[in-house]
Write a protein that binds this ligand. Structure first.
Ligand code: LLP
Length: 414
């Protein structure tokens, strides 16, 4: 995190957050281009001698200006919907470097992806294979196919963000994957190009990554015996970040360790990082509206809500919370909560912090799965997004207004 106190005021990437209060109304997301560049460059430098492609996982943060930063670094993109492909194209991304993941691709999305010549579909079921084949055949094109295998590995992460267990909806089971690969040759409009897997998100241990890579390596050996040759292996995303002083594996160590597993195979390695590229590059800035004390339980009520950042209630996720003014006074324990009418509307519980009404507060590490998961719940306009590039702070998405939350509903009003 590029947050530090300078003269008792919190700075983010050398920008004094208090000073922004003159021009930017809270709540708002603020991202740092320097941090994004640093994160990408760590991946790039580790992979420079390896046949590889980094496909940024668009779901983590899909703002066009953020996607454009990745496009300018020549990254590919991991998408899960037609809407994400539309964003990639509008941001200037190269659709021939796009992999399309997800268990429920619609016919329209498959057609849209084929017409835009994406690199590969990460297929999750036999039914999906036939649908892609039929649509590709109608369009007179061939579709590149990778099969997503479920390596049945426990990633030791929150149950909602683990994906590599047989009880999860994702992927094809290891037992079936060989026979499904064999089926592909029956389809005239499909080309086999790879195998993919993704075991979960916010993973902070190396072991699940290594174990799953080894399991997939065994499968690749099996495929070779059957003369099924692949061009790539797609290792998914999942590398965690340090939300609460936990020490995640570094990007370098992660890339080195998993690449090592496949070193004897002549395969392109595809990575789909999301959080580890953007998570620590963003903060949510909010303001204290009210303080209250209910029978000794103390609350700080801020102007951002769970509609802006839902990770704490949804995944019991921990985000550090800091006051923008550095206070030396003794600090009490507070629950930091929002204005939404839900008990789940909290950012942190029992936090030692001091802040007065009108003070700014920062929710840290909010760059990934922050704005993208926001909503208009309680008819709250979604927050704007800003990007720091060197000394410049630019708006990259404006604040929604009341008219935006009503949309076209008035046209239907009887
Ligand atoms: N590839 C696939 C197939 C995925 O499903 C995901 C994330 C990624 C790559 C990127 O994973 P990452 O590198 O960001 O861990 N909303 C949750 C996280 C959901 C992750 C979904 N899949 C959260 O806020 O923690």
């Amino acid at each position: 995190m590029t947050l530090k106190y300078v003269n008792e005021s919190l700075t983010f990437d050398n920008i004094d957050i208090q000073e922004l209060d003159q021009t930017i109304q809270t709540p708002y997301y603020l991202y740092s281009k320097n941090t994004i560049d640093k994160n990408v460059d760590e991946y790039i430098s580790e992979l420079k001698n390896i046949n590889s492609l980094i496909c940024y996982s668009v779901k983590a943060n899909s703002n066009l200006s953020i996607l454009s930063l990745f496009a300018k670094k020549n990254l590919g993109f991991d998408i899960v919907s037609g809407g994400e492909l539309h964003r990639v194209i509008r941001a200037g991304g190269d659709s021939s470097k796009v992999v399309f993941s997800g268990v429920g691709k619609t016919d329209e999305e498959i057609e849209f992806a084929l017409k835009n010549n994406i690199y590969c579909f990460n297929v999750e079921s036999q039914g999906e294979l036939s649908r892609i084949d039929a649509i590709a055949s109608l369009l007179g094109v061939k579709a590149n196919i990778s099969l997503r295998v479920n390596p049945e590995i426990d990633a030791n992460t929150h149950p909602y963000i683990t994906t590599g267990l047989s009880e999860n909806k994702f992927g094809i089971s290891q037992n079936d994957v060989l026979s499904v690969f064999k089926m592909i040759s029956n389809f005239k409009s499909l080309n086999i190009c790879g195998i993919d897997y993704h075991i979960g998100s916010q993973i902070v241990d190396l072991d699940p990554f290594i174990d799953s890579a080894n399991k997939v390596l065994l499968l690749i050996n099996e495929l070779e015996k059957e003369q099924i040759d692949l061009l790539h292996v797609d290792l998914g995303g999942g590398l965690g970040i340090g939300y609460n002083n936990e020490l995640p594996i570094s990007r370098g160590e992660y890339v080195r360790s998993v690449s090592e597993v496949f070193k004897d195979k002549n395969l392109k390695l595809i990575f789909e990082p999301g959080r580890s590229l953007i998570g620590d590059a963003g903060i949510l800035v909010t303001k204290v509206i009210e303080k209250k004390n209910n029978n000794g339980k103390k609350f700080i009520i801020v102007d951002a809500g769970m509609n802006d950042l839902i990770r704490p209630p949804l995944y019991k996720a921990f985000h550090k919370i800091s006051s923008v003014k550095e206070h030396n006074t003794s600090k009490d324990l507070f629950d930091i909560v929002g204005p939404v009418c839900e008990t789940a509307d909290f950012f942190g519980k029992d936090r030692r912090i001091s802040a007065n009404i009108g003070d700014l507060i920062v929710i840290e590490d909010a760059g990934a799965y922050g704005f993208v998961l926001s909503s208009n719940y309680n008819s709250r306009p979604r927050a704007p997004e800003y990007l720091i590039s060197d000394k410049d702070v630019a708006c990259i998405r404006g604040r929604e207004e009341y008219k935006d939350i009503i949309g076209d509903e008035e046209e239907y009003l009887k």
